[in-house]
Design a protein around this ligand. Structure first.
Ligand code: TXA
Ligand code: MG
Length: 341
């Protein structure tokens, strides 16, 4: 199959919505990462997403909507969900609700709950509206690769496997949405994202964070979200994270760098000068920029065939929690405390 990549003009969006209506797949931009969409009401189309990505069949998809009417069609709403949607939609918050019986188990991978989100990106909203149907979409990468934050990343993973990529430029958030389980008594974050536990607690009175967010699953443990059970992106080179005082972190990183062959240091802009002449990549000035750049930087590590990746960390507060969650998985939880060396 030949894959076209078109700038997201109205004409291209209409072409894309035609593909969705006839049961095909389209990659489209959102504010978080690019999604790979299919008609959520067409079970066959939904199954073809799993084939194109090489995604395990037991990992459920998020349904994307352009209005609250569509959202009400896919899941059972309550007052709390309505309040959260009022506050954060369109935006990077996915709500987990009891599934409407009409929605295929292909979307929810057999679960009775359904994940739903209204993306905060004008192209995504216009595209879903033109489709006239809720759009089921995981991130538009091959399973096991970092999520795509640019159309070029989608092409590098899915060229030849899907008919069309809508190019809406780089994603502004850069990390996948916060997944919030609303099926229990207290809201529970299954995957941290740009909408933070603090913001949710402010609105709902409390917000729990699944403790598996910052640690590996132990043998036999069931993941609160199926996506957490699967192997996550790991770069080709061995990756280690370092925490502690910046000068101690820099000393520990320099020592590891000097002891290895083809290494690269991932550091915040304000610390680059601590690494005198060694090969570095700037991950940004703050947590927001780190979120925006993380997947791009990790993709570039593989492209430049780095063997050893030495990376600074940040406090797991605000969006820092989401950045650390992705970093910990990319580094297979290899974290050095530079202060206690
Ligand atoms: O920002 C995002 O969320 C992006 C864009 C495209 O919207 N999408 C995305 O989808 O990251 P995906 O499929 O890569 O991640 C969806 C996550 C997975 O970890 C999945 O297990 C979880 O949401 N999920 C979906 N439905 C669920 C359900 N019913 N119960 C528990 N977890 C669910
Ligand atoms: Mg994904």
């Amino acid at each position: 199959m030949k894959t076209r990549c078109l700038a997201a003009t109205e004409e291209a969006v209409l072409l894309a919505s035609g593909i969705i209506k006839s049961g095909g797949l389209v990659a489209f931009p959102t504010e978080t990462v690019y999604g790979l969409g299919a008609d959520a009401l067409n079970g066959q189309a939904v199954l073809s997403i799993f084939a194109a990505k090489g995604r395990p069949a037991d990992n459920p998809l998020i349904v994307h909507v352009s209005d609250r009417g569509q959202a009400a069609r896919v899941g059972r709403w309550n007052e709390r969900a309505g309040r959260l949607a009022d506050a954060f939609w369109p935006g990077p918050l996915t709500l987990l609700l009891p599934k409407d019986p009409d929605i295929s188990f292909a979307v929810s991978a057999g679960l009775d709950s359904i994940a739903v989100r209204m993306p905060g990106h004008p192209v995504a909203l216009r595209f879903i509206e033109a489709c006239g149907t809720p759009v089921a979409a995981p991130s538009a990468n091959l399973s096991g690769r970092p999520s795509p934050t640019e159309a070029a990343h989608v092409l590098s993973d899915l060229d030849g496997r899907i008919p069309l990529v809508l190019d809406g430029g780089p994603c502004s958030v850069g990390l996948e949405s916060t997944v919030l389980d609303l099926t229990g008594r207290e809201p529970l974050i299954l995957r941290p994202g740009a909408v933070t536990p603090g913001q949710i607690a402010e609105l709902c009175g409390s917000c729990l964070v699944a403790d598996s967010v910052m640690r590996p699953l132990v043998d036999g443990e069931t993941a609160p979200s199926p996506g957490m059970r699967h192997r996550h992106y790991a770069p080709r080179g061995k990756m280690t994270l370092f925490k502690g005082q910046p000068d101690k972190v820099a000393a520990a990183i320099c020592e590891a760098y000097d002891a290895s062959g083809n290494a690269c240091i991932l550091a915040f802009s304000g610390h680059l000068h601590l690494y005198g002449g060694r090969r570095t990549r700037d991950i940004g000035q703050d947590a927001e920029q780190a979120a925006q750049r993380l997947f791009l930087v990790l993709r570039s590590m593989d492209a430049s065939r780095v063997d050893r990746i030495l990376c600074e960390t940040l406090p797991d507060e605000g969006i820092g929690l989401a950045v650390m969650n992705r970093l910990m998985r990319a580094a297979a939880f290899d974290l050095v405390n530079a202060d206690s060396r």
